[in-house]
Design a protein. Structure first.
Length: 131
């Protein structure tokens, strides 16, 4: 009985840690995406159409969220359904494989949240040089 309680407690701790890390990654992605959008707006929209005002950071964050909502929507995440089947004892998958997969997913999400906006900014900067 004690083992079952400790497993439930450990599972809850893992879920809380995953939730907190996802919130942090989302906020980092949001801020970087909003920053890149303000820069792109200034480089490409304001310089092309002189009457447009510059974007503030809150306006850029709002537009970035709208863009994310349009692209990704409110759909369910297919990976969460796959994780449920991976943790099922019937499948025969080891706990170690599940943990390794979750670590890979977190690293991939972190890289995507941090480096993707920076790569886009560098590509936009190169295009801006030719304007």
């Amino acid at each position: 009985m004690t083992t079952k309680t400790s497993e439930v407690s450990e599972n809850m701790e893992n879920r809380v840690a995953k939730f907190v890390s996802n919130i942090i990654l989302f906020l980092i992605s949001l801020v970087l995406g909003g920053y890149v959008l303000t820069i792109f707006w200034q480089w490409f929209a304001v310089s092309t159409f002189n009457d447009l005002p510059s974007l503030t950071i809150p306006q850029a964050l709002g537009l970035f969220l709208i863009g994310r909502l349009v692209v990704t929507g409110f759909g369910t995440n297919e990976r969460s359904n796959q994780e449920m089947t991976l943790t099922d004892p019937v499948t025969g998958r080891s706990i170690k494989a599940v943990i390794e997969r979750k670590q890979k997913d977190f690293i991939q999400s972190a890289l995507q949240a941090i480096f993707f906006p920076m790569v886009i900014l560098v590509i936009g900067w190169i295009f801006h040089l030719f304007m």
